[in-house]
Design a binder for this molecule. Sequence first.
Ligand SMILES: NC(=O)c1ccc[n+]([C@@H]2O[C@H](COP(=O)([O-])OP(=O)(O)OC[C@H]3O[C@@H](n4cnc5c(N)ncnc54)[C@H](O)[C@@H]3O)[C@@H](O)[C@H]2O)c1
Ligand SMILES: O=C(O)C(=O)C[C@@H](O)[C@H](O)[C@H](O)COP(=O)(O)O
Ligand SMILES: [Zn+2]
Length: 366
Amino acid sequence: MESLIVQREHEGLEFSYEIIWERGFDGLSGALDRLRLPYRKICIVSDHNVAELYLKDVERALSSTGCPVSAFVFPAGEEHKNLSTVQELYRYLIENRFERKDLLVALGGGVVGDLTGFAAATYLRGIAFIQVPTTLLAQVDSSVGGKTGVDFDKYKNMVGAFYQPRLVYMNSETLKTLPCDQFASGMGEVLKTGLIRNRDFYGWIIEQQAQIELRNPETMDHLIRECCRVKAAVVEEDPKEQGVRAILNLGHTLGHAIEKLMNFQMLHGQCVAVGTVGAAYLSYRRGYLTEEEYLQIVRTNLAFRLPVSVRGLKQEDILGATKSDKKMEEGKIKFVLLKNIGEAVLDRSVTDQELLDTIAILNEEA
Ligand SMILES: NC(=O)c1ccc[n+]([C@@H]2O[C@H](COP(=O)([O-])OP(=O)(O)OC[C@H]3O[C@@H](n4cnc5c(N)ncnc54)[C@H](O)[C@@H]3O)[C@@H](O)[C@H]2O)c1
Ligand SMILES: O=C(O)C(=O)C[C@@H](O)[C@H](O)[C@H](O)COP(=O)(O)O
Ligand SMILES: [Zn+2]
């Protein structure tokens, strides 16, 4: 077993927690025992696809805690990451008499993790939860760092809370069943991670493309751990996004705008990939990246089956949708640009005209 502690060093991160990498789910109840949490009941929260594949195994693994284990399962997909699903979960917890000291287990991808974390933050003003991420995206990004929440009226993650999990337990074997488009979506966040903080890692990802495509277990172990190291370091520095944490949002200003306008029918990591090309283009236009570096980012997306443009959206609609970005301050977007490959900066001076020029290269208009 290998692990990494997300350290409580700064105000805002209430406690430290461990990220554990295992094969299989057998280590789950031992990991929970070591936490010495006072729960008497466990509710696994999952979506239908993941439940079909892994719920029985996780129930079996958790039964050795000696506590009753039950499950709340909802339909898969971003369109269910909303307050109605949260309400159904609240009802389930109330009807089954879950108390503040009990435990929720988020078993699934980022949708399950974000939604369960938000319900955990708000049910009885806070009940403990752990993350058991089963997608690449969730293993490299969403299960770490405590951003929880749901979409509201198509506004992405508009309602949420910073609420850390007590444990992140990753079973890398779950990646075997992940569909190709979901794997590619996860790679959108992986590439983002290299671009913001680790040039060598970005280079390594490009070199290892064939092994990554094959999901070689050792290669994937290294890839996932490196992403978690980068993310944990940023979150430890700034748990509640008062400053530097916003670099984890590279590609998301345009990405979230596209996700919303595509009615959540394009996957999050794919939208982030297009947004990252936009951020790279702006960085090139600002004279930070060379043209070759910008083109390398485009080629790398394509190599990992990620899009570099979208079709059928109106340019002014994309610009308009960027105005509901959560990084807005005093009416100005804090845009994440690349000073270099491996070095992100926040910039409040990006103009609407610069954004429109960028959108023009990303958008094959209808
Ligand atoms: N909180 C954060 O820091 C953070 C970071 C990045 C993304 N996110 C959020 O994460 C969400 C995207 O997460 P996602 O990409 O994991 O999507 P997801 O949770 O919708 O999962 C993708 C699909 O794969 C299925 N699935 C999950 N695990 C599987 C497995 N092992 N085998 C087969 N199928 C499996 C799911 O049922 C679903 O249909 C978005 O809502 C995004 O906003 C949050
Ligand atoms: O953890 C973070 O911080 C991130 O920004 C990670 C992103 O990949 C993730 O999509 C996050 O949910 C976006 O946050 P938001 O505040 O822009 O909704
Ligand atoms: Zn993201």
